[in-house]
Design a binder for this molecule. Structure first.
Ligand SMILES: Cc1cc2nc3c(=O)[nH]c(=O)nc-3n(C[C@H](O)[C@H](O)[C@H](O)COP(=O)(O)O)c2cc1C
Length: 394
């Protein structure tokens, strides 16, 4: 019996299985607004077989967008666009839908991958904006210098997370993930590499955690109890002066105390000078296992989990409770359905796609030359003539 396909309860949300679509920026919004692309993208992933689909990093204020193409959730119009997307997506499958809220901090106002120039600060003629950070120095000398956030900025950004969380709840999302990793604003406060403050928000680890914890506490207070709240954390910055894994675990313990339901342990992307080891399959799973060991939080593993066998191993050996799949889902938006076939699990297909179900056509072996058809509980009715149909695999 597959562990990956066992249902799971998290913070009042029921998941059909342990597969999560990791949040992935699409750089396709206009003025922060979701476009038809987002429904195509999310809609496809709702049919992926995953138990939970988490939408991309969505900015809580305009200045928190990474690029001009990033989603935002800071006006009624943004809320209406996402609300209509959620209600359309719900018609496609029973997968739970989540959204990641974030603020890019000093890494805002840059060109996007869609301009083939990821990682370059926007020049003024392309609509650059004032960025914010814990301290007034940029990612490197070519990046904008952020304004070091004062008390008003801290209060404003905290409130922007609260307001966006309220909007996300109204828009119908089941799960909210706060982005505190990958070198964006909350992580910039957490890491000593990016936080050089000398006030209550800098210096000791307790001080560096203060702003991210204030944000999480304020969001938890407004995010409905029957919905799940998660945080994406950097396990390590892979930087000699960066946040250590012990600090990440201590942060996770604080998150647990605030009523967070899950943590997803990622890594890297903080600042130049990071020495990131070459990624290997499941290279961040050990960090997720540490969370299981040291907290009672639900632990989500992410990072180069691309095969059903690896995903199954992670869950069955209790290295993590959930697995988040990123690029493998972009490459193959039926990843979860194909994983089920590989692991011999019978899962539902959308009625429109039922004829492509493994047991219904001979193309199934294309998934894997050695794959065996799974036993069906729900068979497509074949037309009497059988015309145009492949012979179902026995
Ligand atoms: C196109 C793309 C966009 C991404 N955007 C986000 C994002 O919005 N938020 C986030 O936390 N991680 C983001 N990531 C990181 C992924 O969620 C994931 O952690 C990473 O790709 C590693 O998982 P994988 O090996 O399964 O792809 C992005 C990754 C890709 C490939």
């Amino acid at each position: 019996m597959s562990a990956l396909f066992q249902p799971f309860e998290m913070g009042g949300v029921s998941l059909a299985n342990r597969i999560v679509v990791s949040p992935m920026c699409q750089y396709s919004a206009v003025e922060g607004l979701a476009q038809p692309w987002h429904l195509i993208h999310v809609g496809g992933l709702m049919l992926s077989g995953a138990g939970l689909v988490i939408m991309e990093a969505t900015a809580t204020e305009a200045a928190g967008r990474i690029t001009h193409g990033c989603l935002g959730l800071y006006t009624d119009e943004h809320e209406a666009a996402l609300s209509s997307l959620v209600s359309e997506a719900r018609k496609l499958s029973d997968a739970a839908i989540g959204i990641q809220l974030g603020h890019a901090g000093r890494r805002a106002s840059c060109r996007s991958i869609r301009d083939r120039n990821k990682g370059e600060s926007l020049p003024p003629e392309e609509g650059a904006w004032q960025t914010f950070g814990p301290s007034a120095f940029g990612y490197d000398e070519t990046w904008h210098t952020p304004k070091a956030m004062d008390a008003d900025d801290i209060a404003r950004v905290t409130q922007s997370f609260v307001d966006a969380a309220v909007r996300a709840g109204r828009a119908g999302f089941d799960v909210l993930e706060i982005h505190a990793a990958h070198g964006y604003l909350l992580h910039q406060f957490l890491s000593p590499v990016t936080n050089h403050r000398t006030d209550a928000y800098g210096g000791s680890m307790e001080n560096r955690m203060r702003f991210p914890l204030e944000v999480v506490r304020a969001v938890r207070a407004v995010w409905p109890k029957q919905k799940a709240l998660g945080v994406r954390v950097n396990s390590t910055d892979w930087h000699p002066d960066g946040q250590s894994i012990d600090e990440a675990v201590a942060f996770a313990r604080q998150l647990e105390a605030l009523g967070v339901d899950y943590v997803v342990m990622s890594a890297g992307n903080l600042a130049p000078g990071s020495k990131i080891p070459a990624a290997t399959p499941g290279h961040q799973v050990d960090f997720a296992t540490l969370i299981k060991k040291h907290t009672r939080l639900v632990s989500m593993a992410v990072g180069l989990i691309a095969t059903p066998e690896l995903a199954e191993e992670i869950v069955s050996e209790e290295k993590a409770d959930l697995v988040a799949i990123g690029r493998a889902m972009l490459d193959n938006p039926r990843w979860g359905l194909h994983a089920a076939a590989r692991l011999g699990v019978d899962v539902d297909y959308a009625p429109q796609y039922l004829r492509a179900r493994p047991n219904n056509w001979l193309g199934f072996p294309l998934v894997h030359p050695d794959a065996q058809p799974v036993k069906a509980t729900r068979q497509v009715d074949r037309p009497a003539s059988g015309a145009g149909w492949d012979r179902p695999a026995t």
